[in-house]
Design a protein around this ligand. Structure first.
Ligand code: DHB
Ligand code: MG
Length: 240
């Protein structure tokens, strides 16, 4: 069987997960998700619909979605920009957290994924506050910059990893002081520490970390996580 960096052995046909996840990690996520988080039937269905996208099982775990939603609320964010929609699972958490008066713009390369997501937004009752823009996210973001849209308060970067530095640069054009920027999948089953990695996804994470470190306007940290989604992590940054 072919073995890629961090990929579960069920790759590539129908990965139950994109990284190996110990049974204990999964059990703890399940416990906290059942105890504290709860996924309503709409979210459960949105998770299931990931199978109809180009990247099954790449959505965040339920407790991670809840974490993103809490960050949005803690930040008091009303305008959210997301790079990478897929089935819209995280988008629903973000959209519910901005409330009825909030707005989420989500950028998705694949029309097939955007169609799946839009169905999920309707079912979740958030379609009116979510704008999905289909196309290469760097181009969509450049258009938003060109249009001079109102600044975003919160950005979630969760699309193709080699473009992380470009997405950060766009996020900085589209936000102001106090904005929060979160980047998914920055640990990649531990591969992030290999500076010589030939994997462009690993280099995309390392480059964006370097860019954040070099930017005096950003306070940031990173947390590695284990759970249902394996060993991975998030960068959280805030604009001064
Ligand atoms: C991958 C991408 C993701 O956004 C994610 O959450 C998990 C895995 C991937 O590129 O394999
Ligand atoms: Mg991700």
């Amino acid at each position: 069987m072919r073995k890629n960096e961090g990929m579960s052995e069920r790759e590539p046909s129908a990965p139950a997960n994109r990284y190996p996840a110990a049974a204990e990690w999964q059990a703890v996520d399940k416990y906290f998700t059942e105890t504290l988080v709860g996924e309503d039937p709409t979210l459960v269905a949105a998770r299931g619909s990931g199978a109809a996208t180009t990247m099954p099982n790449a959505e965040v775990a339920a407790n991670q979605g809840a974490f993103l939603g809490l960050l949005v609320k803690i930040a008091g964010a009303k305008r959210v920009l997301e790079f990478g929609t897929l089935a819209g699972y995280s988008t629903i958490w973000l959209a519910r957290s901005v409330g009825e008066s909030g707005h989420v713009v989500t950028l998705e390369l694949e029309p097939q994924n955007a169609a799946v997501a839009q169905e999920n937004f309707r079912a979740a009752g958030v379609a009116e506050r979510v704008e999905t823009i289909v196309g290469p996210a760097t181009e969509s973001a450049a258009q938003l910059i060109n249009d001079g849209v109102e600044p975003f308060d919160f950005v979630f970067i969760d699309a193709d990893k080699p473009s992380n530095p470009a997405y950060l640069a766009a996020a900085l054009e589209l936000t102001r002081s106090g904005a929060v920027i979160v980047i998914d999948n920055v640990v990649r089953n531990g591969a992030v520490v290999d500076g010589d990695s030939s994997d462009p996804r690993v280099q995309g994470v390392r480059s964006v970390a370097d860019a954040i470190a070099a930017n005096p306007d950003l306070d940031a940290t990173a947390l590695q996580t284990v759970g249902e989604k394996g060993w991975d992590g998030l960068i959280v940054a805030r604009r001064r």
